[in-house]
Design a protein around this ligand. Structure first.
Ligand SMILES: NC(=O)c1ccc[n+]([C@@H]2O[C@H](COP(=O)([O-])OP(=O)(O)OC[C@H]3O[C@@H](n4cnc5c(N)ncnc54)[C@H](O)[C@@H]3O)[C@@H](O)[C@H]2O)c1
Length: 353
């Protein structure tokens, strides 16, 4: 097992960690009652193990299960969870355990942030995307009809438990989408990790543990410089996301998983990087090949409504006066933020997808 620090919290990475949940919660000083918040798929698989471990360490957990899928990440659902916690008598000394992927991480973190004006949050991410991305950085929130994550709060988890064993039940497509964020981290900060990924062997648990640890370090380091997303440094993590988010929105959040949309966004960002930052054709091709190697999409279906992508980009709050804050890569291992990318540049790159 490896232990890392991120802000005031601890992150544990290893195998067979779920049965030690109670022990680990004690180690970080948690006490009393807690709510395990999970989704209908994940609860069936892992809630009994987590609950048993908490009980044997003297905690008194209740289990709250919500339907799986992004449609559950709403203010209404967060309110219903809070009401169940109130009914069960959870108080200011209690804590929340979020057991699931990024959807559960976001809504359980939001509940922890608002319940009694903030109680501790333990995250047990069960998707690769949640381990390397959404469980790091303290962004929590819910969606509204107008867009994703429009309501939320910063709330850093006290403890994150990354148990590699849980990934064994994750469907292949869900597993692969996590690699879009990993490849993003490699492109913007770490050429060595990029080369490791080029010779990646599926099923090597030790290599996967090292990879997850490296990605947590990269994201924590960037977030640590700009925890509240104020100075612009955290924006580096948006590489591939301006177009990626617009594609997700244009596909009504159904056509592509988040990581798949980000993969397409990375391809578009590479096209723009060739024009604006001197990225070489060879390096652009290497990035596209790597994404494809992990089963991620690198081109849009012919009939995909590209016009909807442009409309969604205009909706993006990062757009000011016709120009957008855009992340480019001049070469693999380096990312930087630029302000001289126009809507036309993006339109051109999307046309080529
Ligand atoms: N807070 C952040 O910084 C941040 C960053 C990136 C993404 N996000 C959010 O994360 C969410 C996406 O996360 P996600 O891709 O993990 O999706 P998800 O949580 O919806 O999980 C995807 C699917 O996999 C299932 N699942 C999860 N773990 C499983 C397991 N071990 N075995 C079998 N099935 C399992 C879930 O039930 C669900 O059906 C979005 O809401 C996005 O906004 C947040």
């Amino acid at each position: 097992m490896t232990a890392l620090r991120a802000g005031a919290g601890r992150i544990l990475i290893g195998e067979r960690l779920l049965p030690q949940t109670g022990d680990k919660c004690r180690t970080v000083g948690l006490l009393g009652r807690c709510a395990i918040i999970s989704d209908s798929n994940v609860a069936q698989l892992f809630a009994a193990c987590v609950s048993k471990s908490l009980v044997s360490s003297g905690f008194r957990p209740i289990l709250i299960t919500i339907p799986a899928g992004e449609k559950s990440k709403t203010l209404k659902q967060a309110g219903a969870i809070c009401e169940q916690m109130i009914a069960a008598g959870l108080d200011r000394q209690s804590f929340v355990v979020g057991l699931g992927g990024g959807m559960i991480g976001d809504i359980s973190g939001f509940v922890a942030a608002i319940y009694h004006r903030g109680i501790p949050h333990v995250q047990i991410p069960t998707t690769l995307l949640a381990m390397v991305d959404s469980s790091i950085g303290g962004k929590t929130g819910v969606d509204t009809g107008d867009g994703k994550n429009l309501i939320g709060a910063f709330h850093q988890p006290s403890l994150v438990i990354d148990d590699l064993d849980v990934l064994k039940t994750l469907p292949r497509r869900e597993f692969n989408q996590g690699f879009a964020e990993i490849i993003k981290h490699a492109v913007i900060t770490d050429a060595k990790m990029f080369r490791t990924l080029q010779s990646w062997k599926v099923g090597d648990a030790t290599a996967l543990q090292t990879l997850i640890k490296r990605n947590i370090q990269i994201k924590s380091r960037i977030v640590g410089r700009d925890e509240r997303d104020k100075t612009g440094e955290r924006a580096l993590l948006n590489f591939g996301h301006t177009v990626g988010h617009a594609i997700e929105r244009a596909g009504n959040y159904r056509k592509f998983l988040h990581g798949e949309a980000v993969s397409l966004g990375i391809v578009a960002a590479c096209t723009i990087s060739m024009k604006k930052a001197g990225l070489s054709v060879d390096q652009r091709d290497a990035i596209v090949d790597l994404l494809r190697g992990f089963g991620l999409p690198t081109g849009l279906p012919l009939k995909f409504p590209r016009k909807k992508i442009f409309n969604a980009i205009k909706f993006d709050k990062k757009f000011e006066g016709g120009k957008v804050r855009f992340v480019v890569t001049p070469r693999i291992g380096t990312g930087r933020i630029t302000h001289d990318v126009t809507l036309d540049d993006i339109r051109e790159a999307v046309k080529q997808l």
